[in-house]
Design a protein around this ligand. Structure first.
Ligand code: PLP
Length: 389
């Protein structure tokens, strides 16, 4: 009726993203790692939280760099009007290097890309900004140690020609989430050596960086000039033995929907495909309209769902669109209570099940649970600071 005050219809499936939590977490890392800079890692649509929104919140809170895997992700942020330095580090022969150079996107390079990037820079007459990556032990991208000196030499020759600027030197840890393991020390040693080799060759870098979330939290000696923080910014812990709360972090994502059906069933009722679950006694089943098409892993049977003050495990298989919880463990079963329309929370928020519990139920890690929540789930942004919470 009042056209300019249209309220959007309630979302049926919602990933609620608390940007105040993101800012809180970023400030936490800024304090913890200062004077090192914080690069906010917003690859994969900010681990499912929305790259543009998270990037802006992170920059407001003191992050000064952004990091993504793909150049396409960096270009999307540029198109959104974000002008902060952005590093992208995973390329293919089909990567549009020229677009990246033209958009002032920093490029992480491991070897073969150097010539392609230089060709783009030559064409555009704009020097490329590059970060040279050394493989200190992860065995994925990064220049092997025995080729490092030659790689640095090639880069410096192009820099001499005005075709690029070596802005950074970087690497990536393999076991920083297991602080007791010795390999992190080894990687640090190799990184220091690689930096020294580059400096001796004449590299005048702005930033040396190797730390991810676990290293930012547990290894001050790994901070160098910048830390690259992903998981921690989303308020989750990289350490199985430490909760986000214990680390001073606030989970940013809540995943919720409403109960879509609720019914009393007798003993012997099979549930969901394969009938892998059968009710042992008369009970009440409630239908949660989220499934693997929404990004909840099919293997997550047993994962917790909060409804009406209680937490129930998912029973039977998780299907493409839906999953079922059995209410028998509480007093609700048999009372004829109808839960249709009640809020169902899979994770997030105080007193709610956690992403880590879902990771456990799925045999996975918290990173994967949040990142795979699909575009079928609407994102909504809240700001608990503004709400005075
Ligand atoms: C994803 C990624 C990060 C962030 O790791 P977190 O553990 O989420 O902090 C940092 N650096 C690189 C190269 C990455 O690919």
């Amino acid at each position: 009726m009042v056209n300019d005050q249209q309220v959007p219809p309630p979302a049926e499936r919602l990933a609620l993203i608390d940007l105040a939590a993101v800012r809180h977490n970023v400030r936490h890392f800024v304090r913890l790692t200062s004077p090192a800079r914080v690069m906010a890692i917003v690859k994969a649509d900010a681990y499912g939280h929305g790259a543009e929104q998270v990037a802006r919140a992170a920059l407001e809170a003191g992050a000064t760099w952004l990091g993504v895997a793909h150049i396409s992700e960096a270009l999307a942020l540029r198109s959104a009007g974000i002008s902060a330095p952005i590093l992208a580090w995973l390329h293919t022969v089909d990567t549009p290097f020229a677009e990246a150079v033209a958009a002032n996107v920093d490029l992480g390079l491991s070897g073969w890309e150097l010539e392609s990037v230089v060709a783009a820079a030559r064409e555009l007459q704009i020097p490329a900004r590059v970060h040279l990556k050394i493989d200190t032990g992860l065995g994925r991208n990064g220049c092997p140690e025995d080729k490092w000196e030659a790689f640095v030499g090639r880069a410096l020759a192009y820099q001499e020609e005005g075709l690029l600027r070596v802005v950074g030197i970087f690497s990536h840890f393999s076991v920083a989430d297991e602080p007791e393991r010795p390999e992190t020390d080894l990687q640090l040693e190799k990184f220091r050596t690689a930096v020294a080799v580059a400096e001796d060759a004449g590299v005048d870098h702005e930033v040396r960086h190797i730390a991810n979330t676990p290293a930012a939290l547990s290894r001050p000696d790994s901070h160098f000039d910048m830390v690259r923080v992903g998981l921690g910014m989303y308020g989750l812990s990289p350490f199985p033995e430490q909760s986000p709360d214990e680390l001073g972090l606030r989970p940013a994502m809540t995943l919720k929907t409403t109960i879509a059906n609720c019914k009393e069933v007798p003993a012997g009722q099979g549930v969901s495909y394969g009938l892998r679950y059968t009710t042992q006694e008369p009970t009440t089943l409630a239908l949660v309209p989220l499934g693997y098409a929404d990004g909840v892993p099919r293997v997550g049977t047993g994962g917790p769902v909060w409804v009406d003050g209680n937490v129930y495990p998912v029973v039977g298989r998780i299907a493409m669109d839906q999953m079922v919880i059995d209410l028998k463990a509480t007093g609700i079963a048999g009372t004829g209570k109808d839960l249709v329309g009640r809020e169902a929370v899979l994770f997030g928020g105080v007193g709610m099940p956690s992403v880590d519990e879902w990771a456990e139920a799925c045999g996975s890690i918290n990173y994967e649970i949040i990142t795979r929540i699909s575009s079928r789930v609407q994102r909504k942004y809240t700001d608990s600071e503004e709400a005075g919470l």
